[in-house]
Design a protein around this ligand. Structure first.
Ligand code: ADP
Ligand code: MG
Length: 533
């Protein structure tokens, strides 16, 4: 059974805004929360991300706010600045046809004086992170006298982030004749304790994970060896070419590592985790939202609640520790009716966990063979040939045709061979040299080159006399190959030549690629060093 918004006792301006946004029917949590809040009762609501909690509490708040009273009337607590802004934005949209309503997000990192001014100017709804709200309490820049609703959004996440004490302090300061609405994806004992202490006869509302798992998300898993995880990830990205991808790792270190490995391979990836300063976080999120970075590597906590449309793929690079997180993670794709895909890497005993996740989340995750290099090559070729088609349609290829014709006539090549070689060449330009392929096929033993263990010392016939600096060499190698620059070892520069050390697994690729490359416009000769040199 579904309920439309216009069946609820919502004032016309709110209904009009909701319809502008395009919502028609209430989600299950919205349908259950709305009447209970209108009756004035407390709520303890368990629902996963993506179930529509923001509207569930925002609409009754707006419906019951008194626009003539310019004092603070509702306080929403959120775990992160990102979420506070998101919730405030959404409330703004719902209230755009209402008059005399002021909504203010408050969070750390923003000029507090400006927030104080805005609070003084008559904010009725404040959406804040517990830390910053505490700040205002200490400065006595907020008054809770007229507050009659407190909302704890993503309560479990706020506790995970260490906000428990702050939350309790805030709850103690707000008048007791109030409604307390608590929302959490999980219900650990600490949450139940808070509910018991600070709520009155709270109505329990639970939306089962079953209702949540969006059928439009195709879910796959791949059995991989741990040393192949990265290559498999690259293949999946290359194969599916998602507009935006979200990759989950279980630790901050892994997030940083993976993001820089991806960058090293020429992908536009950014890392997001709890160690980032707010400012860095904002920069990363902005770059992801605008698509400048199309891959976001994140931890669960950092990514929770982030609502970005256009995420077409979610990768579980590490399987989540907590099965509920699986649902949170994949819920980040397939938003707003779009199709999404979720890919999980399964290493060794993970296979048992993937079965548990399926049972627990009542969902189906299909096993798939790791896509072969050929699959990826076919997709890449298709993409390039699409562009080629366009060029042919545009015409104006006379001169080029003459050149090819001449080549075919003079040499023993067919035009097919030339086309194939050009296609191969454009692969390199698309995304650096196709990863494993080249490295595997050209992996060779260079013997002892006098390098550190695990490295190969390479000789380059350019040196100080050619006005080359170590940075030029590093830049050229990192730019031309798909080896991250930070893996380059020592660079010894002499007048006429230079020695540079690279990890042995990349050596063959570096030699192969750099032979055809130029440094500062100069062609180079590069070869493994003799130990005697
Ligand atoms: P949660 O807080 O539970 O994670 P959100 O409130 O962020 O979920 O909502 C998730 C997404 O669903 C948002 O993109 C939101 O615009 C959309 N949404 C919410 N309610 C509805 C609705 N009734 N109809 C259609 N889309 C909705
Ligand atoms: Mg939310």
């Amino acid at each position: 059974m579904t309920i439309r918004f216009d069946e609820m006792e919502l004032q016309a301006p709110i209904l009009r805004a909701v319809s502008d946004i395009g919502f028609e029917e209430m989600t299950p949590i919205q349908a259950q929360v709305f009447p209970v809040v209108m009756e004035g009762k407390d709520i303890i609501g368990q629902a996963q991300t993506g179930t529509g909690k923001t509207a569930a509490y925002s609409l009754p708040i707006l419906e019951q706010i008194d626009p003539k009273n310019k004092h603070l009337q509702a306080v929403v607590l959120c775990p992160t600045r990102e979420l506070a802004i998101q919730v405030a934005d959404e409330m703004h949209k719902f209230s755009k046809y209402m008059h005399g309503i002021k909504i203010l997000p408050v969070y750390g990192g923003q000029d507090i004086v400006r927030q104080i001014k805005a609070l003084k100017a008559g904010t009725q709804i404040m959406i804040g992170t517990p830390g910053r709200v505490m700040d205002h309490m200490r400065r006595k820049t907020i008054k809770f006298d007229f507050v009659n609703k407190v909302i704890l959004d993503e309560a479990d996440e706020m506790l995970n982030m260490g906000f428990r004490e702050d939350i309790e302090t805030i709850l103690k300061e707000i008048p007791e004749e109030r409604q307390t609405l608590l929302f959490s994806a999980t219900m650990p004992q600490t949450i139940l304790d808070i509910a018991k202490t600070y709520q009155k006869n709270a109505v329990k509302i639970k939306v089962a994970a079953k209702e949540l798992t969006v059928p439009k998300i195709e879910q796959y898993y791949y059995e991989v060896k741990s040393q192949n995880k990265f290559e498999v990830l690259l293949r999946l990205i290359d194969l599916y070419q998602p507009k935006l991808s979200l990759i989950f790792c279980n630790t901050k270190q892994k997030v940083d590592e993976l993001a820089s490995e991806l960058q090293g391979r020429g992908y536009f990836a950014e890392a997001l985790h709890g160690d980032l300063k707010q400012q860095q976080r904002d920069r990363v999120m902005k770059s992801f939202r605008t698509g400048r970075a199309d891959i976001l590597v994140a931890t669960d906590v950092a990514a929770r609640g982030i609502d970005v449309d256009d995420v077409e793929a979610v990768f579980n690079y590490d399987l989540p520790q907590d099965y509920e997180y699986y649902v949170h993670r994949i819920g980040r794709t397939g938003r707003a009716g779009r199709t999404g895909r979720a890919f999980s890497m399964v290493v060794g005993r993970d296979i048992f966990r993937i079965k548990d996740i399926q049972r627990y989340c009542k969902t189906k995750i299909l096993v798939q063979p790791v896509p072969s290099i050929n699959d990826v090559v076919a997709v890449k070729a298709e993409k390039i040939l699409d562009k080629v088609e366009k060029l042919i349609d545009e015409g104006d290829l006379k001169k080029m045709i003459q050149i090819i014709e001449q080549k075919v006539n003079e040499e023993d090549y067919t035009s097919l061979e030339i086309a194939a070689a050009l296609l191969k060449m454009s692969f390199g330009e698309e995304n650096g040299y196709s990863s494993e392929e080249i490295r595997k096929s050209t992996q060779q033993d260079f013997g002892d080159t006098g390098a550190e263990a695990g490295m190969v010392r390479l000789f380059i016939n350019l040196g100080k006399n050619q006005r080359i600096r170590p940075g030029d060499i590093l830049g050229a190698i990192a730019g031309e190959t798909n080896m991250p620059g930070k893996l380059i070892g020592s660079i010894d520069m002499y007048d006429k030549y230079t020695f540079v050390e690279v990890p042995s697994e990349y050596a063959a690729q570096v030699v192969e690629v750099m032979k055809h490359a130029k440094i500062k416009g100069k062609s180079i000769n590069i070869e493994p060093a003799n130990k005697s040199r």
